[in-house]
Ligand binder design. Structure first.
Ligand code: ADP
Ligand code: MG
Length: 491
């Protein structure tokens, strides 16, 4: 396989993504049966879900509401009229022989999603255009394990509401594709339309990948990598696929449009079937369902119920709390994190906002991560963290001591930072005469170090600072100790 920078720089990667987000409704899109995950096989598929003769689908209003929320969140057009269509194909997990989807007239048209690239100071933003989003039902699932060489079919998932979100081919690397998938994942959870559980298949992506010579207008032939259910797999699958396509072309072969699967074990993609064209599905309007009509009123009522969106919140954090765009972006990764921060800063005071942002995104995040907890399960409440941050901001405690206080808050439920600082005598010593007394003691007890320093050994000075900090039990301001010590040694 060819690769490396030389080859890569001649080729441009083009990626468009189709995402299936399972909508967070209690019942299915056209029937009253439950959408709960994990039930025994085939107990949640009723006559409508498997389209027994003589039954009629009835559209779930909650699923439509989810689609409207999404349309508003990406600034797409909520179609006044959209139409459900039958997509006809044969597959064991689809005994009814067609999937109800939307085709020519989808519920959401257009839209855009900003994605974040890079890190820290090199953070940049790119806007991805969305083509459309449409409502459809999920199919059942084939089970290949535990059947002694045979396969089983579980139809529980049949009729589960999905929103399929289609992007324009705007991404130019696997990193951009992953950033897009992450931004979309965060958004659907933020607006409460999808739980985002990727292990359970609530959020899965198909990545359409092609390459073309740099400078060429016409798109290359794409291959579609199906059902990527982790961001890491998406990155690996696209990277492999890109190298493979470039190698094929450079070795004189051409790319055939195909649907491919990614094997996480080998890290390779391989063709599953040649790609169907839309006409193979014989789409036609479903005669059992009326067109979906959404009036302005419904849209406006939904708009009024929307939370502040991530981008708006991020911009407000920058303006209101003077945070860097990077901090504000990290804090608005989820509604829970953003909410935690705002509650903490309300207690800590606006002057502590930067310190508070650091604590939430670094210290607290690391501690939660270590124990595999979500921020909603943090033993340190935003109120408690706000109280601690206030004491860092007014210099009652140093950052180092604050870490100890934080540990106590973590394990000692119900206490405030002030309680712990008081109880353990952790107040920072800022009174210079008190520090001077301690330093005099250190100098007297370490005469040989003093002599070394006077003989020109700078290292000895650091050792003396260490001794002095130890004598204050870490409670003195290090800079102050430094200055006083220099002054004393200069005398
Ligand atoms: P389908 O896969 O159902 O046939 P489309 O033809 O509308 O649907 O395309 C699906 C996705 O593939 C879209 O996200 C689109 O941006 C992307 N896409 C289309 N052509 C290319 C291409 N040549 N390279 C990469 N992505 C592409
Ligand atoms: Mg497709």
């Amino acid at each position: 396989m060819t690769g490396g920078h030389e080859t890569m720089s001649k080729w441009e990667v083009v990626i468009g993504i189709e995402t299936h987000a399972q909508l967070a409704t209690n019942s299915k899109i056209f029937s009253g049966s439950s959408t709960d995950f994990g039930a025994a096989p085939n107990v949640q598929a009723n006559a409508v879900d498997i389209a027994l003769p003589g039954v009629l689908p009835v559209l779930n209003k909650g699923a439509v509401e989810c689609a409207i929320r999404f349309g508003l969140a990406v600034d797409g057009e909520v179609a006044a009229k959209s139409v459900f269509a039958r997509k006809n194909y044969f597959y064991p997990d689809l005994p009814k022989g067609y999937q109800i989807s939307q085709y020519e007239l989808p519920v959401i048209v257009g839209g855009r999603l900003a994605i974040q690239l890079g890190q820290g100071d090199s953070l940049s933003e790119k806007v991805i255009t969305l083509t459309r989003a449409h409502l459809e039902e999920d199919a059942g699932k084939s089970l290949h394990e535990d059947f002694h060489g045979k396969s089983g079919i579980d139809l529980n998932r049949a009729g589960t509401p999905l929103l399929e979100i289609v992007s324009e081919p705007d991404m130019r690397s696997s990193a951009e594709a992953v950033a897009y998938a992450k931004a979309l994942h965060a958004l659907v959870r933020w607006i409460g339309i999808c739980d985002g559980n990727m292990q359970e298949g609530s959020f899965r992506c198909d990545a359409n990948v092609s390459v073309r010579p740099v400078g060429q207008q016409k798109l290359g032939t794409r291959r579609e990598i199906k059902n990527l259910n982790s961001f890491r797999f998406m990155q690996q699958a696209i990277d492999y696929e890109v190298q493979w396509q470039i190698a094929e072309i450079e070795e004189g072969r051409s790319i055939q449009q195909a649907t491919v699967l990614f094997d996480a074990g080998t890290g390779a993609t391989s063709a599953m079937r040649s790609k169907e064209d839309a006409h193979d599905y014989r789409y036609f309007p479903d005669p059992d369902l009326l067109p979906l009509l959404i009036d302005r009123d419904w849209v406006e009522r939904t708009r009024a119920s929307m939370p502040e969106l991530p981008v708006a919140k991020r911009d407000r954090f920058v303006a209101q709390y003077s945070l860097s765009s990077y901090d504000a972006t990290t804090l608005t990764a989820s509604r829970e994190v953003a909410g935690y921060f705002e509650e903490a800063v309300a207690v800590g005071g606006i002057g502590s906002a930067k310190i508070c942002a650091n604590w939430v995104t670094v210290d607290l995040a690391a501690r939660l991560n270590k124990e595999g907890r979500e921020i909603g399960e943090s033993p340190v409440s935003p109120h408690q963290l706000g109280g601690l941050v206030a004491r860092i901001a007014d210099k009652t405690v140093s950052n180092n001591i604050a870490k100890k206080v934080f540990e106590s808050l973590w394990s000692d439920e119900g206490k405030t930072a002030d309680d712990i600082i008081e109880q353990h005598g952790l107040k920072q010593i800022t009174d210079s005469s008190a520090i001077e007394v301690l330093i005099n003691g250190v100098l007297a007890a370490n005469a040989s170090m003093v002599a070394e320093f006077k003989a020109g050994k700078e290292k000895a000075f650091n050792a003396l600072v260490g001794q002095a900090m130890k004598a204050t039990k870490g409670k003195a301001n290090p800079q102050q100790v430094n200055e006083l010590l220099r002054k004393k040694l200069g005398e």
